[in-house]
Structures are given as structure tokens and as C-alpha cells.
Design a protein around this ligand. Sequence first.
Ligand code: CTP
Ligand code: MG
Length: 265
Amino acid sequence: MNNGLPRPVTAVVIVAAGSGERLGYGMPKARVPLGSDTILTHALRGVAAAGVARQICVALPPGDTALQELCGSFEAELRAGNPEAQIPLLTTVDGGATRAASVRSALGALLDGTEAVLVHDAARALAPEAVFHRVVDSLAAGAVAVIPAVPVVDTVKTVTRTSGDDTVIAPELVTGTAPREELRSVQTPQGFRLSTLLQAHQAAEGFGDKQAAAVTDDAMLVELLGVPVHAVHGSTQSLKITTPLDLIIAEGLLEGPLGIRWVEG
Ligand code: CTP
Ligand code: MG
């Protein structure tokens, strides 16, 4: 589990400030029930169980007292079950209008002396501990940026909208087939040297609306700096709960014969 190298002082940022439009529950996704808890509680349990964080900083929808209280009760649950020394500091911040803005808000609240940060989507509530360890081990081994990734199972094609007479044939025209062996679906937690991620996010603050909307993960911003981004094996268990079907799959994982926190691959 641990490659034996000294690990950096690490904080985990959980971004949980999204509205959960696509899930369609009419409430922030972090509050949506999953099994007998909420999506955010599962995410917090996973991060705490991994035991890699000195601090966990959660970006919440601004003014969401229900989620602030949930974080408070989670900290009490942690305290009840562990010696004081092993409990990470749990802080909350108001998230922003975009995921990147929520990350920036949390980065501003990290403890002095933090060397590395893992940014994790609350929506990937069932990410197994082993993935957190692979990411932190890679940072310990010298990576500046490292992401968990899994091979793509579908054949992936590029398309454009059809134009002229072709619009009656079909709405899109295939322009190519991407080489699948080189493609990966990427997940969280994504790990970074803190100074590098801060630099990447500072650069992104000046983005226009279109460019900002195209930013879907933190590694993209680090890639723009020209810093190498490494990849470790992720897990299908780290699925991002985005649509109702994803929630059904996550419920199925919790109810299955292996129960929560079975570790795949
Ligand atoms: N997120 C965030 N702040 C935002 C937008 C998203 O902290 N302004 C977080 C979400 O809470 C989630 C993660 O980023 O944990 C990935 O985002 P996504 O799956 O898109 O969640 P939502 O934005 O909540 O969902 P939707 O896009 O369907 O509204
Ligand atoms: Mg979103």
C-alpha cells in the first residue's frame, strides 16, 4: 500500500458545491441520499479511511447550513472513533460558480506547511482507499501532478455537425477514430504539489467564460503550464455520480455482496 518513501504533508480538497442539475433531485448533489447516508458523507468516509490527509477542506454551496452541519457531525463521528492525534482537521469553505472556483476557494484555506493537495469530487463518493494511496505514493516518488485513470472501453470517434444537404441524412459526420489504447478516462482524487496547483489556478483566474467552461479537471490547468502529469490506475468504483443511472449503480455497489469499500483493481 505504501511504497515506503516519505509522504508529503497532504491536504484533501473535496469539491461539493455543485447543484446536481443532471441528477435532477432539486437539491445540491452532496445532499442526495445514497444508501442510508448522503453522497457527501460517503465521500468524507472514503477520504478519512484512506488516512492520507492532515486536513480535509470541503467546498460547499454558499450558505448551505445543512451541509455545514453534516460536516460538523462527521467530524464528531471521526472524533468518537479515533484517538485525537489521528484526526484530520476538517474545514469548510463556500464554493464558487464553477468547479475551478470552488477548488480555488478551498486552496485559500489550507494550513501552512501543506506540501501536496489531492482534489476530489464529492460526486465520486465511492472512490476506494487504494486509489488515494496510489496517488500519494506517486507524489512521494517525485510526481508533481498525478491523476487516476482507467482505460476507455468504448471506441471513441470525433465528429462535426453536418452542413448543407447532409443535415437531412444525419446530424453529425464522423471525422476520425481516436486510438483507443492511448485513451484514458480520468477520475479523482488528482494529486499535485501545492505550489504547482496554486500557480495553475492563478493562471486560470484570467480565463474568459468560454475557456473557463472548458476546464473540467485540475490536471488540464497544470498541463497548460507545461508540467508533466503522470497517471496511476484508477478504479471503476470511482464512478462520478452524475445521472440517475449512476446513482442506481452506486446504490448497487453498496448493497452488493461485498458491501461498501470493496476494492476493485
Ligand atoms: N462542483 C463544485 N462547484 C461547482 C460545480 C461543481 O464544487 N460550482 C463539484 C461538484 O459538487 C462535484 C464535482 O465538482 O462534486 C464534479 O461536478 P459535477 O459532477 O458536474 O457536479 P454538479 O455540478 O453538482 O452536477 P451538474 O453539472 O449536473 O449540475
Ligand atoms: Mg457540473
